[in-house]
Ligand binder design. Sequence first.
Ligand code: F6P
Length: 255
Amino acid sequence: DYMKELAGVQVLENRLREKLKLDSVIVVPGDSDQHGWVKQEMGKSCVSYMQSVSDPGQTIAVTGGTTMAAVASQMTPYSGMEDSLFVPARGGLGERVEHQANTICVEMARKVMGNYRLLYVPDPISEESYQTIIEEPSVKEVLGIIRSSDIIVHGIGDAITMAERRKTPDDQLENIKHNHAVGEAFGYYFNQNGEVVHKVRTVGLQLEDLQTDRQVIAVAGGRSKADAIASYFRPGKSNVLITDEGAAKELIRDT
Ligand code: F6P
């Protein structure tokens, strides 16, 4: 639209779509590192995008974080999303309650008058308990729903920021730093070549599950996240990126 053209944002969208080889890129004006409202604008754009691709009765898996919380806060009722089922993409990832995937699911479901199913998994979890829990029938059922979800919406974070925010144990934090992790999504930490260098042990969506023809929508902005976003998309794992001008300008800087 006119405002976007004014901001030169459409040019950024096109260049970024080519560079990251995505189906769609939406860039909102501003830099969310500097202004909180830019994150809310990304949330709003994400909601419109979700509404444009969803059909009644679909299952939508979401992750946690402050950007996804902004998506939930911008969610509005929309015909086409009634009877949607919201599920967390993965079990607890050490976020505070208001930024947990479970909480975000409930808020989104409430706003579109849809339904939700949640995952209750202790976090962190021992290998032994993990093996037992994934065999629990109630957990197994939700895991099945998650893996076959129609739409996935998720955040991307800076690796060290996320490792510290999660109070990652020292030995793991060392490993993350030693292996030069730059980005994080779904509990996976990536180096600048997009290789997984660390993974949080939790249930739910696995990276392999993303290699389908579903809508996988990444929502992440702020200049400080440019390297993280680049690492996640090398090689591409999602097909849609919703970001801001701050991150977009930094991402296309060397091209
Ligand atoms: O912890 C959940 C999560 O989606 C991470 O996978 C991601 O790195 C992070 O949140 C993003 O958080 P924020 O939007 O607050 O930067």
